[in-house]
Design a protein around this ligand. Structure first.
Ligand SMILES: Cc1cc2nc3c(=O)[nH]c(=O)nc-3n(C[C@H](O)[C@H](O)[C@H](O)COP(=O)(O)OP(=O)(O)OC[C@H]3O[C@@H](n4cnc5c(N)ncnc54)[C@H](O)[C@@H]3O)c2cc1C
Length: 477
């Protein structure tokens, strides 16, 4: 078997197939980075290396949306925040009933297995840092549901650098957890290897069938690996173009149905130092509005990387930066409609038009974050809205939001899904209910693309469990 991509889904697929005795090769376009290499270099340098497009992937639309994804052995898990949510029950029900993605019903044990592999546990209070504790205090004051997040980072020291590679190795991204197991079971990983196309034998008696892949090496040159099983796990933004350039992109829904779980953030200024970068980067979840599609997480970033919300230019911006240790930051993500699209064959082009309902959700999310920060004692809230960057109380925040509208928000997203969705309806789903690409035999889809819709929580556990389900179902057959 050939597995394209070594991220959350690809790693799980490789481990499952290797343990079952298949001869497995994982092809990864990015390079391998060690924990020691993270510890020795500045965050911004690592940022440029570990992300596709240097972290500047953007979806066109109004407003445009920054959509960074990882490119390294371990994929985006190398740069993710380590937050671990199980797929909510109502999401499993929707995937099963509305899409006929029957494997979703079997996710429970696969989520358990993933949690064991990644050492998932509730983040202890002592390393949260003040950013997280402020979120807890604000939520408690309001009587809202909030708690330290469950994470895959036992022994986390609160270095606040997850998104540029954990410098202590505490975060169990898949290159430190799943991939070593896969290699112990015989899998091999080839780095700097971009899969150009999936090879297809059109003349098989049962119809077209996978025959392997054609690969371009980083330093130039190409080679082929022949294999009867190809697992596509290049991520929700790269899998559709790969299938198109392989002549397998004919399904009209391929590349459509893109949900991104859009995010926006605000900061609160406090009288006392917060020093948000001393502690866990993503530390506390506020779930009070989750039923309404809004999930708030206290999220700090290394200085210089979280400066979207800072107002002003020149001297004003400089004063803001000098005062940055008094800022606490929250982020919110909203469960969105699948209003995006992945275009392109060789290079990905993204389009995402914010749905009107989702725009309203984002505005509600900003207000809720403001409420938490003011309840925790913030002197002002920085909105990130260029025309009205500050609000000194909730009344001012409401006025700012009423005047601005969602198109003025600075949006980013970290959780693209759904672009090669699995389901029972052949017209609606490019992959069948077992995650097999339609129209060809021997191609499995085992990454974020295969999820039929937004998981409404940080998705790594859902993706890994789905990859397990897809590959186990293949082996059973
Ligand atoms: C900053 C950030 C923070 C995040 N935080 C969290 C979090 O706290 N919790 C959570 O649950 N989720 C988080 N996520 C999201 C989560 O990490 C991803 O959803 C998940 O890793 C996606 O898994 P995947 O297998 O679909 O793709 P990826 O993990 O992105 O892996 C795809 C891999 O395929 C490779 N590839 C692509 N094309 C090719 C090709 N043609 N040939 C060879 N290789 C190729 C890529 O280089 C990449 O390494 C975060 C994401 C970001 C960006």
């Amino acid at each position: 078997a050939v597995v394209v991509g070594s991220g959350a889904g690809g790693a799980m697929a490789a481990r499952t197939l290797a343990r079952a005795g298949l001869d497995v090769v994982v092809l990864e376009e990015g390079r391998h980075h060690s924990t020691a290499s993270f510890a020795g270099r500045a965050p911004l340098e690592r940022f440029a290396e570990l992300y596709r497009d240097g972290g500047a992937t953007v979806a066109l639309g109004r407003p445009p949306l920054l959509l960074p994804v990882g490119r390294a052995v371990g994929g985006t898990t190398v740069v993710n925040s380590g937050t671990c949510y199980r797929t909510p029950d109502h999401v499993v029900e929707r995937w099963t009933k509305d899409f006929g993605f029957v494997l979703a019903e079997r996710l429970g044990p696969y989520l358990d297995e993933t949690e064991r592999t990644l050492n998932v546990a509730t983040q202890p209070l002592d390393v949260l840092g003040r950013n997280g504790r402020i979120a807890l205090a604000g939520a408690e004051h309001l009587g809202w549901r909030a708690a330290p997040l469950r994470r895959n980072a036992p022994g986390c020291l609160g270095s606040c650098q997850c998104v540029v590679g954990c410098p202590t190795g505490a975060k169990q991204s898949v290159q430190l957890s799943v991939l070593p197991d896969a290699c112990a079971a015989g899998a091999r990983i080839v780095t700097g290897a971009r899969v150009r196309r999936v090879l297809v034998d059109p003349d098989r008696p049962g119809g077209p069938a996978a025959a392997g892949v054609r690969v371009r090496r980083e330093g130039g040159g190409e080679f082929e690996i022949l294999a009867p099983l190809v697992v596509v796990a290049a991520g929700a933004l790269q899998s559709p173009p790969l299938l198109r350039r392989s002549g397998l992109g004919g399904h009209p829904r391929l590349g459509r149905n893109l949900s991104v779980h859009p995010a926006t953030s605000v900061a609160g200024r406090f009288d006392e130092p917060v020093t948000a970068w001393e502690g866990v980067l993503q530390s506390v979840g506020v779930e009070e509005h989750h039923d309404g599609g809004v999930l708030i997480e206290a999220t700090a970033t290394p200085p210089g990387m979280g400066s979207f919300v800072l107002p002003g230019l020149g001297g004003e911006l400089r004063r803001e930066l000098e005062d940055a240790d008094r800022l606490a930051t929250l982020g919110a993500m909203i469960a969105d409609r699948p209003s995006g699209r992945v275009l392109g064959r060789d290079r990905t082009l993204l389009r995402y038009d914010l749905d009107r309902r989702d725009g309203d959700r984002l505005m509600r999310a900003v207000r809720a974050m403001g409420e938490i920060l003011f309840a925790a004692g913030a002197r002002e809230v920085l909105t990130g809205i260029p025309t009205a960057p500050r609000a000194r109380d909730l009344g001012e925040l409401d006025a700012v939001l009423a005047a601005a509208g969602p198109r003025k928000l600075h949006l980013s997203a970290y959780h693209p899904t759904g672009t090669v969705a699995a389901g029972s309806d052949p017209e609606r789903s490019p992959a069948d209910a077992g995650g097999r690409l339609r129209g060809v035999t021997g191609v499995l889809v085992a990454d974020a693309s295969v999820l039929p819709g937004c998981p409404e929580v940080n998705p790594q556990l859902s993706i890994m469990a789905a990859a397990l389900a897809v590959t186990e179902a293949y082996l059973e057959r």
